[in-house]
Design a protein around this ligand. Structure first.
Ligand SMILES: Nc1nc2c(ncn2[C@@H]2O[C@H](COP(=O)(O)OP(=O)(O)OP(=O)(O)O)[C@@H](O)[C@H]2O)c(=O)[nH]1
Ligand SMILES: [Mg+2]
Ligand SMILES: [Zn+2]
Length: 292
C-alpha cells in the first residue's frame, strides 16, 4: 500500500484542488472521482504524491464543522465585523452571527472596525459586548489599531470574516495578509480565472500561522434549527442570570420572576440584546408551529 500524505485544501480552481502540505508547500491535486462529497476549502485530506508538486487527492478526513456561507470546513474562529460608522452596526445580524458561531462550535470575535471614525450610537451600544466578556477588538485599517491582536487571535486556526457590506472585511483581509490576497487575485485574473468567474472560497495564509477567508457582505441570516427552549444556550452572557428564574423552563418572555428580565431592568443585560432575543425566540416558536 502506498502511503498517503496529509494536507489542507486552501482553494479550488477549475478542477484542481490546491493543498497545503505539512511544510506549507502548495500541491496541485486532482481527484479520481471516487470522492462523493464536495471537497471544501478547509478540508483536511489525504493524497498520493505524483511528483514534488502534484498529487492525487484520495480522502476527506472527518470535518469538525462546515459553514455554508462562506463554504468552508473546519472553521475555528469567525471574525464578525461591524463599523463604528458607514455603515452603522447591524446588531440583529451580529446577534444572529453569534448564535450561528456557537451552534457550529466556532469561537466568535467581534471586530469593531473603522475605529478612526466617530462612533455612531449603535457602535456605542456595542460596548456592551466587551463588558459582557465577548472577545472584542477595535480595529482600523487607517491607524492599524487592533490588527496584531486579530492576527494572534487567528493563529493556527481557520478564520472567516462575516458581516454587513462595507464594514471593511476585505480591507481587513488585505491588512492581515499584508496584501497577499490581492497578489493572488491579480494572478488569477491574468490567467483568465478572475474572481468574478470563480465561486470557490480561497483561504489565505497569515505569516504568523493560520488561514483566513473573506465573505461578501450580507444582512439577512436564518437562525440555525434549534429548539426555542434552547436558545439561551447560545447566549453566554445570559447564563449566570438564568439561575434566578423561578421556572426551570423559563423562556424569559412572559414569565414572572425571571432572572433575565431582572438583569435587563437593572442594566446588566443591554435592552437591544434582549429585544433581539425575543424576536429570535418568536421566530423559532413560529417555525416549531409550522412543523407540528
Ligand atoms: N475610515 C476607515 N475606512 C475603512 C476602514 N476599513 C475599511 N474602510 C473603507 O470602507 C470601505 C468598504 O470596505 P471593504 O473592505 O470593501 O468592505 P467589505 O466589508 O469587504 O464590503 P463587502 O465586500 O461589500 O461586504 C472601503 O472604502 C474601505 O476603504 C477603516 O478602518 N477605517
Ligand atoms: Mg468585501
Ligand atoms: Zn427567565
Amino acid at each position: 500500500m502506498p502511503e498517503f500524505r496529509r494536507g489542507l485544501v486552501i482553494k479550488n480552481y477549475s478542477g484542481f484542488y490546491y493543498v497545503q502540505d505539512e511544510s506549507g508547500k502548495i500541491i496541485e491535486c486532482k481527484t479520481r472521482g471516487k470522492i462523493k462529497k464536495q471537497i471544501l476549502s478547509g478540508d483536511n485530506v489525504e493524497y498520493t504524491p505524483l511528483d514534488s508538486n502534484r498529487a492525487i487527492l484520495e480522502n476527506i478526513l472527518p470535518r469538525k464543522n462546515e459553514l455554508t456561507r462562506p463554504k468552508v470546513a473546519n472553521v475555528g474562529i469567525v471574525l464578525i465585523v461591524m463599523a463604528n460608522d458607514k455603515p452603522v452596526p447591524n446588531l440583529p445580524l451580529l446577534d444572529r452571527l453569534l448564535i450561528l458561531a456557537y451552534y457550529n462550535h466556532i469561537t466568535p470575535y467581534i471586530l469593531l472596525n473603522k475605529s478612526d471614525l466617530a462612533k455612531s450610537m449603535k457602535a456605542e451600544w456595542m460596548d456592551y459586548y466587551e463588558k459582557a466578556g465577548f472577545h472584542f477588538i477595535r480595529t482600523s485599517i487607517k491607524t492599524g489599531q487592533g490588527i496584531h491582536r486579530v492576527r494572534s487571535a487567528i493563529k493556527d486556526r481557520i478564520a472567516v470574516l462575516a458581516g454587513p457590506s462595507g464594514a471593511g472585511k476585505s480591507s481587513l483581509l488585505s491588512e492581515l495578509t499584508e496584501g497577499q490576497n490581492i497578489k493572488t487575485q491579480e494572478v488569477s485574473k491574468k490567467i483568465g480565472r478572475g474572481k468574478h468567474t470563480t465561486r470557490h472560497v480561497e483561504l489565505y495564509p497569515l505569516a504568523e500561522g493560520g488561514l483566513i477567508a473573506d465573505t461578501p457582505g450580507f444582512s439577512i441570516l436564518d437562525l440555525p434549527s434549534i429548539n426555542s427552549q434552547d436558545l439561551t444556550h447560545y447566549y453566554p452572557d445570559f447564563n449566570d442570570k438564568m439561575t434566578k428564574c423561578r421556572f426551570g423552563n423559563c423562556k424569559h418572555n412572559k414569565e414572572a420572576d425571571c432572572g433575565i428580565k431582572e438583569a435587563v431592568n437593572n442594566g446588566e443585560i443591554a435592552e437591544f440584546r434582549y429585544e433581539n432575543y425575543l424576536i429570535f425566540l418568536e421566530e423559532l416558536i413560529a417555525n416549531e408551529r409550522c412543523y407540528k
